[in-house]
Design a protein around this ligand. Structure first.
Ligand SMILES: [Zn+2]
Length: 234
């Protein structure tokens, strides 16, 4: 190990002694080598198979002709490791979890040999009201972590949410789609003109929000839209 490596490990050890870090899922103390989520919990997260991703793409995006392709490394499972991690990111200000998940997404993208040649990463924006309530957009941290790995700029200043969308959990698929229409507007059309854009959400469920945001970007001059999330859900 280099001197720098030893020093870095030592400083993490010291920091862990003063302020121990815990895994957001199993709550165990993290080791010096572990970053944000423990290795045991990461290994338990269900991987999304190529077949599953293909099926989800057909179901959620293909007919609309907005999203060229999409990728999620994991499957969202209730009350499991990934949900705990995302929950801590959303409600307990664990920004590091977001950046960590974004990096994980980036590494899985590279591992899957996906090379979409994106120019820009844009997180799905939260409405200002919701942002004010929570204080931040969790998907922005995922986008930031991903951008670091892929060396692509992630910006949350290009797309704005226009309408406050009601909680979608109790709605049918059609209601959800209507609910998100006209939800976004583009602040800076010049930046996206002719660009290949990767849209990021934490979990993709119906795909309606991603499609709506992608449509506005295409209508405003973007060349192509890809989408990615940490996990896919039914
Ligand atoms: Zn754990």
């Amino acid at each position: 190990m280099t001197t720098f490596g030893v020093m870095k490990d030592f400083s993490i050890q010291l920091a862990d002694y003063i302020l121990p870090r815990f895994c957001p899922s199993c709550k165990n103390k993290l080791t010096v080598k572990e970053d944000t989520i423990c290795e045991s919990c990461i290994s338990k997260i269900q991987i999304a198979s190529t077949e599953r991703l293909q099926r989800e793409f057909e179901r959620k995006f293909q007919n609309k002709n907005i999203i060229t392709d999409f990728y999620s490394p994991f499957v969202f499972e209730k009350d499991k490791e990934l949900q705990h991690a995302i929950h801590s990111l959303k409600y307990q200000n664990k920004f590091r979890v977001g950046v960590f998940l974004g990096k994980l997404l980036g590494m899985q993208l590279i591992k899957s040999k996906i090379d979409w040649k994106m120019d820009l990463i844009i997180p799905i924006p939260l409405h200002q009201l919701k942002k004010a309530e929570r204080g931040y957009n969790q998907s922005f941290y995922i986008a930031k972590g991903l951008g670091k790995i892929l060396n692509i700029t992630a910006s949350d200043r290009i797309v704005k949410r226009r309408k406050y969308t009601e909680s979608q959990t109790t709605m049918t698929l059609v209601e959800r789609q209507e609910n998100v229409s006209d939800a976004f507007n583009i602040r800076n059309k010049k930046i996206i003109n002719g660009k290949v854009i990767l849209l990021i959400d934490d979990v993709i469920t119906t795909g309606a929000t991603i499609s709506e945001c992608g449509k506005i970007l295409l209508d405003s001059g973007a060349n192509k839209i890809f989408a990615a999330s940490i996990a896919i859900a039914d």
